[in-house]
Design a protein around this ligand. Structure first.
Ligand SMILES: Cc1ncc(C[n+]2csc(CCOP(=O)(O)OP(=O)(O)O)c2C)c(N)n1
Ligand SMILES: [Mg+2]
Length: 385
């Protein structure tokens, strides 16, 4: 038997707007229109301010913890906007570093603040907004995404429901890509040919674990090949590249029922969360180099070069962001306290009798006891006196 090559593959890496704001016309033509690029720059700026305010809320004791998105806004902006524009109604299955993708697809901005303030109502997603709650367990949710994508296919193929081009996109990090669940989810999506997009934000760190210790492979995206899935790498700090690869993935999912793995190469400019101090394990030179690749700076430079942006517009935008975020914080902090019934009301569509009994007990002073024993309870107390 002669020796032969069993398998060979090449993976593309896409960059359109580089860190010096040079724009590659051949790849960039037909991606974002000027007004769309302006819109996304504005959204990224607002979300950067939101991030800073959330950080301050934690520092002043008004929030439990918070993972800043700083530096990763373009990955969320490009991908989230492609979904909003080309596949509205798609399902977004997030972790915690893609706030803007969620906001672009209808999540009210106070929800994320509420979540990190420890209020479960932050995870109560409004009807009609197809976003799952933030997944704190790392890497478990791509499985949910594959399940959702399977249901989209099932409804079309088996139940013969009319299908739009909605897809399911899950977001996770480089650290999560080491979790078994992510690989099961990818295998499932590829084997069953599901309309799914796996978006890995490779920000090069999983808390204090650098990518070099996280995996032996040169890229994250090459793991897609093992599952026979199309994979593409993109500059995650480039809204144009992220928009393009996500739009292509939507087409692949809609037209051919094929999943895509996208590796967005980016960097976490802040600490892992407010409970972390990244100065203890990161080289300041590395951080500084990535500050120069900041997606906001390059997008602004690009818009300025095209006369689409000015210092006046920047001042007005910053004032708008301040006012908007201050109102969002007011909404989040002003929400009425939850009632004790809430812990019973959101698990079952129809409450079982035993749960109804427990809920009714909460309304009496015989906490944890059967309300029908209240007389007995009063008697016991009286006896004790
Ligand atoms: C199953 C599980 N294991 C461990 C943790 C603790 N943990 C929280 S964030 C994190 C690192 C995640 O890194 P990565 O996937 O790269 O995402 P990033 O925070 O860099 O965006 C870990 C280990 C967790 N939340 N869930
Ligand atoms: Mg990471």
């Amino acid at each position: 038997m002669p020796k032969r090559i069993a398998y060979k593959i090449e993976i593309e890496s896409i960059s359109i707007l580089d860190e010096h704001a040079n724009f590659d016309e051949s790849l960039g033509a037909g991606t974002l229109r000027d007004d769309e690029a302006v819109f996304l720059y504005e959204q990224m700026t607002i979300v950067r301010h939101y991030d800073e305010i959330a950080f301050k809320l934690q520092r002043s004791g008004r929030m439990g913890t918070y993972p800043q998105n700083k530096g990763q806004e373009a990955a969320a902006a490009g991908a989230g906007f492609a979904i909003k524009k080309h596949a509205p109604g798609s399902w977004l299955v997030p972790c915690y570093r893609e706030n803007l993708a969620l906001f672009l697809n209808g999540l009210p901005m106070e929800k994320i603040l509420l979540h990190w303030m420890g209020d479960e109502r932050g995870n109560q997603i409004p009807d009609g907004v197809n976003i799952l709650p933030i997944s704190i367990p790392i890497g478990t949710h791509p499985l949910h995404a594959s399940g959702l994508a399977w249901s989209l296919k099932y409804r079309e193929r088996v139940m013969k429901e009319a299908r739009d081009n909605s897809v399911v996109i899950s977001f996770f990090g480089d650290g999560a890509s080491s979790e078994g669940d992510v690989h099961e989810a990818m295998n499932f999506a590829s084997a069953l040919k599901l309309p799914a997009i796996f978006l890995c934000q490779n920000n090069r760190w999983a808390i204090s674990v650098p990518i070099s210790k996280q995996m032996g492979s040169e890229t994250v995206v090459q793991k897609a090949c093992a599952y026979g899935m199309h994979g593409v790498q993109a500059d995650g700090n480039d809204i144009f590249a992220m928009y393009k690869v996500t739009r292509d993935a939507i087409e692949r999912a809609s037209n051919d029922m094929k999943p895509t793995f996208i590796e967005a190469v980016t960097y976490r400019l802040g600490d892992h969360t407010t409970a972390d101090d990244a100065r203890r394990y990161r080289d300041p030179k590395e951080v500084e180099a990535w500050f120069n690749k900041d997606p906001l700076i390059r997008t602004r430079k690009y818009l300025e070069k095209k006369n689409l942006w000015s210092a006046d517009k920047q001042t007005a935008l910053e004032a708008k962001a301040k006012e908007m975020v201050s109102q969002i914080v007011k909404n989040a902090e002003g929400i009425a306290k939850p009632t004790s019934d809430d812990i019973f009301d959101y698990t079952f569509a129809t409450l079982p009798d035993e749960i109804i009994r427990q809920r009714d007990t909460m309304h009496t002073h015989s906490l944890g006891q059967n309300p029908s024993q209240e007389t007995l309870n009063a008697h016991t107390h009286a006896g004790a006196r």
